[in-house]
Each structure stands twice: as structure tokens, then as C-alpha cells.
Design a protein around this ligand. Structure first.
Ligand code: SF4
Length: 193
């Protein structure tokens, strides 16, 4: 089994419900959307066997993997996940909610970009919903999303720079709709990967 990998790096999760936890990020190539605010380079990649990936991530004293992209569900299947699970890894995924998530994932972050109305049919439960918000966006209708432990609004940054207008706007939205919580992209604020 092989996966086309854009990059592997070791850092802290910078946002959402696991913010601050050490994690090994494995960024897979390919995405099925083309969001205007996307600042992720996920096109280039190299084919790696699962043994090669295990060798690479084995350098780090951490047992949490975050599968990200791109849209990692395009490549990732339970057959892949079982190999990492059997080596003792816990596995999180960051998905845009347009595709089903393999069943062996331990922690689902769904960051919806479109097709909101039908997400529940693909993802009945997520550990967190994380909505990117730009000034002027309407507050999302929380009832269209899957049941989740946490619902976050995430102000869109200008590249690596915080956009205070977007942050203030999210703060106002959350004060009016307190089911939502604020998630900042801390990794950008503290200049880590
Ligand atoms: S879904 Fe995510 S990775 Fe894909 S284009 Fe949108 S922001 Fe970029």
C-alpha cells in the first residue's frame, strides 16, 4: 500500500479542541475543492509506502498522527489506518466534510467549506466542527452540522498574519450565538509549522 504524501512534519496542533498537543502531521496530496482562501500547498507529493511513512514518523516520540491535506479522505482508507493503529498510533483527520471518513479514525475535525446540508449523511458525528469565518459571513446554522463535542468559529488569517477584523467579527458572532467557541490558528501566531 502506498500514499502520495506532500509533507510530514512534527509540531503542535495549533487550533481547535486538541490545540497545544504534539502531533505528527501527514499531509496528503489532492483536494476535491478549490477554496478562495486556501493557503495550503498540497499539489506536489511523492509516493511513499506505509513502511517508509512508519520509518519517517518513528523518529518522533509521539503517537498522535493528524492526517491532513488537501482532502485526506481521497486517498486514506481503513486498510491504511489499520497499519498505523496496529503500531500504537492514534489518528486524527481534518476533512472538509464532502466525503465519508474511514471508520478507524479516532478524532474527526470537520471544517466544512460547502455542501453543508448533506454533511450529516456522510459524517454523523465529529469531535469538532471548525468553520472558517471572514468578516461579513453569516453565522452558520448549527443544526445542519453533525453532532459534535465542540463547534468552533475560526477567523480566517491573512496568510500567516492575524486579521483583527475577522477575529472581532467572530467574537461578536459568538457572543450572540454562544453554542460556538473561538479557535485561533495559534501555530501562525507563535510561528511554528
Ligand atoms: S478544502 Fe481545504 S485544502 Fe481543499 S481547497 Fe479548500 S481550504 Fe484548501
Amino acid at each position: 500500500m502506498k500514499l502520495i504524501v506532500n509533507e510530514i512534519f512534527y509540531s503542535l496542533q495549533g487550533e481547535g479542541g486538541r490545540a497545544g498537543e504534539a502531533s505528527i502531521f501527514i499531509r496528503l496530496t489532492k483536494c476535491n475543492l478549490a477554496c478562495s482562501f486556501c493557503d495550503t500547498d498540497f499539489e506536489e507529493g511523492q509516493e511513499m509506502s506505509l513502511d517508509q511513512i512508519l520509518e519517517e514518523i518513528g523518529k518522533y516520540p509521539c503517537k498522535w498522527i493528524i492526517w491532513t491535506g488537501g482532502e485526506p479522505t481521497i486517498q486514506l482508507k481503513d486498510d491504511h489506518l489499520a497499519v498505523f493503529r496496529d503500531r500504537g498510533y492514534k489518528q486524527a483527520i481534518e476533512t472538509n466534510g464532502t466525503r465519508k471518513v474511514p471508520s478507524l479514525i479516532d478524532y474527526i475535525t470537520c471544517s466544512p467549506k460547502q455542501q453543508y446540508e448533506t454533511i450529516k449523511s456522510r459524517i454523523p458525528f465529529a469531535h469538532e466542527i471548525r468553520m472558517p469565518i471572514t468578516y461579513g459571513d453569516s453565522v452558520p446554522d448549527i443544526t445542519v452540522f453533525p453532532q459534535a463535542d465542540n463547534y468552533f468559529l475560526s477567523p480566517v488569517f491573512d496568510g500567516d498574519k492575524i486579521n483583527i477584523d475577522n477575529v472581532s467579527y467572530c467574537v461578536d458572532l459568538i457572543k450572540k450565538h454562544p453554542q460556538w467557541r473561538l479557535s485561533l490558528q495559534i501555530h501562525k501566531l507563535i510561528h511554528i509549522e
